[in-house]
Design a binder for this molecule. Structure first.
Ligand SMILES: NC(=O)C1=CN([C@@H]2O[C@H](COP(=O)(O)OP(=O)(O)OC[C@H]3O[C@@H](n4cnc5c(N)ncnc54)[C@H](OP(=O)(O)O)[C@@H]3O)[C@@H](O)[C@H]2O)C=CC1
Ligand SMILES: N[C@@H](CC=O)C(=O)O
Ligand code: NA
Length: 431
């Protein structure tokens, strides 16, 4: 093993700053674990003159990716810049130049993970991406190592810090959606374009990565049914509270007889459900294995130092592998062919909020339709709206298939007494 390991960074924003801080502050611990010093050699940024949140040494910064990805002195490239197509090219160059890669980039791994992992293997290099899912929680290594002997059947959790922060502040403090989103951006939780957070795409990418690893199937973003939180209103949250539920953006990946479903959407959880108590930018993932049963992983899902911890831990794994001479051996082709469930096989309970005409017969028209589709009510509320001519009906259904529910929903929208179905969310937990 040589005297020290040279690391090049692509990006020095929220996560990159945390990576440099940890490398500097934990140098003694790192050296103890891997037997040599960790040196930062080069850092790619867009703007060399920008003020940085950490002390930057002379000659570190560059705007030329080749100075990081092609420099023969650099052993490991840490990608914390984001982006997809150009970033993929930078990482492909790094791997072809025999550099190990650590990335926090779920957009990239959800789209090109398989291709990059094969390129890494071909070049005898490691490629690790723990920070890409649930920030500081060591969930990918738990699936790949700690639960490697088991057969995973379900993963369910909160995997986006920004939306959990927003929903927590809206529910608990009555904050306004746009104000809290701005706070999440300020705190460094949100993506550079927060649309991917609030529309559920970031969580969907993470669920695709989790399912690929957990189910050993090639699951892509297109396989994930996605709905975000941008349409969630104060009224929805008010009724959740009134009915004893908490709303969270939940990712669900389930396997039944080798047929899978993967989805992300605002979901009502009973207040005593463990995921209902996961607040702010914290994430949590339930993993069910046939042998182990239920396990739960909890921790900060976003933010500078928590995310950087995952990145630097991957770096430590690369360095331990270098010491043992076993880099580039982690890729496995998926064991199972991916088969997605049909909508008639996907089962759930639902919350519905409808604006209806407040007159005799409305209630019976609605209940008759539910009876026609054999969907029974778990909870039902009818409340007059201001003005007196309209009312709001809130329903929590018992279990039904996604296919049946979609048809019922369309028929409800078309009912003369229903002015509009204002919102509809999945409900998990309970009976
Ligand atoms: N923030 C978080 O909590 C988490 C983020 N991630 C992921 O980590 C990655 C980084 O996120 P984050 O640190 O928040 O992002 P930031 O926007 O804070 O930082 C991005 C950094 O990359 C540099 N950069 C971006 N594009 C280019 C480019 N084309 N050429 C050169 N430099 C570039 C920027 O340079 P400059 O500073 O000069 O503008 C900046 O230093 C993303 O993939 C994100 O999804 C993963 C988990 C958690
Ligand atoms: N924007 C992401 C950052 C971590 O992946 C989030 O909010 O979870
Ligand atoms: Na993680």
């Amino acid at each position: 093993m040589k005297q020290g390991i040279n690391v090049g960074l692509l990006g020095l924003g929220t996560v990159g700053t945390g990576v440099i801080s940890i490398i500097k502050q934990h140098q003694q611990e790192l050296k103890h674990q891997v037997g040599c010093a960790v040196n930062v050699a080069k850092v790619l940024v867009r703007d060399i003159d920008k003020k940085r949140g950490v002390e930057v040494e002379e000659n570190w910064l560059t705007t030329d990716p080749a100075e990081v990805c092609c420099d023969p002195e650099i052993d490991v490239v840490i990608e914390v810049m984001g982006g997809v197509e150009d970033t993929k090219e930078h990482l492909a160059n790094a791997l072809k130049n025999k550099k190990h890669v650590v990335t926090a980039n779920k957009d990239l791994m959800a789209l090109y993970g398989a291709e990059l992992l094969h390129l890494a293997s071909e070049n005898g290099c490691d490629l690790f991406y723990e920070a890409s899912v649930a920030g500081g929680i060591p969930i990918l290594r738990s699936l790949a190592d700690g639960l490697a002997a088991d057969r995973i059947t379900k993963m369910m959790g909160i995997v986006n810090g920004t939306t959990n922060y927003i929903l927590t502040k809206m529910s608990q403090e009555g904050s306004q959606y746009l104000d809290v989103l701005a706070q999440a951006q300020e705190l460094g939780f949100a993506e550079s374009d927060p649309t991917s957070d609030v529309e559920g795409l970031d969580a969907a990418r993470k669920m695709a990565i989790l399912s690929t690893l957990g189910f050993s199937m090639d699951v892509s973003l297109e396989d994930v049914s996605v709905k975000g939180i941008s349409q969630v209103t104060d009224r929805d949250l008010h009724y959740c509270e009134q009915l004893g539920y908490t709303m969270k953006l939940i990712g669900i990946a389930k396997r039944d007889d080798d047929r899978i479903e993967v989805s992300v959407g605002p979901t009502l959880l009973p207040n005593d459900h463990p995921l209902a108590a996961v607040n702010n930018e914290y994430n949590a993932v339930y993993v069910y294995g046939e042998a182990v049963g239920e396990t739960m992983f909890y921790g900060p899902g976003a933010g500078s130092l928590p995310t950087a911890t995952a990145v630097v831990s991957d770096l430590v794994t690369v360095m331990k592998n270098m010491r043992l001479g076993v880099n580039g051996h982690t890729v496995h082709a998926p064991l199972h062919e991916k088969v997605l469930k049909e909508d008639k096989e996907i089962d759930s309970k639902y919350f519905l909020r409808m604006r209806v005409t407040d007159k005799a017969g409305t209630f019976s028209a609605i209940t008759s339709l539910f009876a026609e589709y054999e969907v029974s009510f778990e909870k039902l509320l009818q409340l007059p709206l201001d003005g007196g001519e309209e009312a709001e009906v809130i329903v929590i259904t018992h279990h039904t298939s996604k296919e049946n529910y979609r048809e019922l929903y369309e028929r409800l929208q078309a009912l003369e007494v229903v002015e509009n179905v204002e919102s509809s969310y999945r409900v998990e937990g309970g009976q």
